[in-house]
Design a protein around this ligand. Structure first.
Ligand SMILES: C[S@@+](CC[C@H](N)C(=O)[O-])C[C@H]1O[C@@H](n2cnc3c(N)ncnc32)[C@H](O)[C@@H]1O
Length: 253
């Protein structure tokens, strides 16, 4: 079942983009700490483009990639004046080619990916392929910064939990489960959106997989990255077994 279709229309209304908005000030601290001075960046799985808008304000010329045409349409609307390049592509394997030289791969100083997006890679092989694709799209010494849910977060926050919310013109119910053995979570999301006097219902099922810190690090190293920071997200404290979200800061050497 395709995901992030009609969900795109309510994503920002639900404040689902809040996390990525918060990641940008965190990234500015990361830039300072590691002396990162990016000029061109790519936000991978950019969703509705809130991080792109915020990075552009820091004078980083951004591009965005997402599998969802609907999410990209919202990003395009939001970033209309910025002439951001948007790619509708699916991970794990992606290849962005230069418009003027089809032999040349487009490269960036910075690639980011926020809010569980890489947890959508449901096998170790796919996560490894995604890391390798990112590596190819970075300049030498370029940086990749991303966050991921840990298996503990999926178990604690997702398993057998129901989340619901209501706003003036929309409502949602999310029923979540977690398979401890597979480290795989599912979220059956039902949305209601008011259209005139009628409430329209739509449903999507999302799957995320949790990876151990050891596995993420192993796959990053196998892709050629040097791990510079592996933190409890939004802090500069090392990840522990109790962390719910990791933030990896890695460099192409
Ligand atoms: C939780 S949203 C995060 C969006 C945005 N980064 C944010 O922080 O608000 C996950 C995003 O990943 C995208 N996505 C999921 N699987 C993908 C894949 N295989 N390839 C490309 N994009 C994918 C979805 O379309 C969605 O926009």
């Amino acid at each position: 079942m395709p995901i992030y279709k009609k969900f795109a229309l309510v994503y920002d209304q639900m404040d689902a983009d809040l996390h990525s908005k918060r990641m940008v000030p965190y990234c500015t601290k990361i830039f300072k700490r590691f002396s990162i001075k990016p000029s061109v960046g790519l936000d991978l799985c950019c969703g509705t483009g809130s991080a792109i808008s915020a990075f552009e304000k820091l004078s980083i010329k951004m591009s965005g990639l997402d599998q969802s045409a609907e999410m990209l349409a919202i990003t395009a609307k939001k970033t209309k004046k910025l002439k951001v390049k948007l790619y509708q592509k699916s991970l794990p394997k992606f290849r962005l080619l230069d418009l003027h030289d089809s032999q040349k791969i487009v490269q960036f100083d910075l690639v980011t990916s926020f809010y569980d997006s890489l947890n959508y890679m449901l096998t170790e092989k796919d996560l490894a392929t995604a890391f390798k694709s990112v590596y190819q799209h970075l300049h030498k010494d370029g940086w990749f910064i991303f966050d991921m849910n840990t298996p503990l977060a999926l178990k604690t926050i997702w398993d057998e939990q129901v989340y619901a919310g209501v706003k003036d013109t929309m409502a949602w119910v999310w029923e979540n489960e977690y398979d401890t053995k597979e480290k795989k979570a599912s979220c059956h999301a039902t949305f209601f959106k008011k259209k005139g006097k009628v409430w329209e219902r739509f449903d999507e099922t999302h799957y995320e997989k949790g990876y151990s810190n050891t596995t993420i690090k192993k796959l990053l190293k196998a892709s050629g990255f040097q791990i510079k920071g592996f933190y409890n997200c939004n802090t500069f404290e090392n990840v522990t077994r109790d962390s719910y979200r990791v933030c990896a800061i890695v460099q192409k050497k």
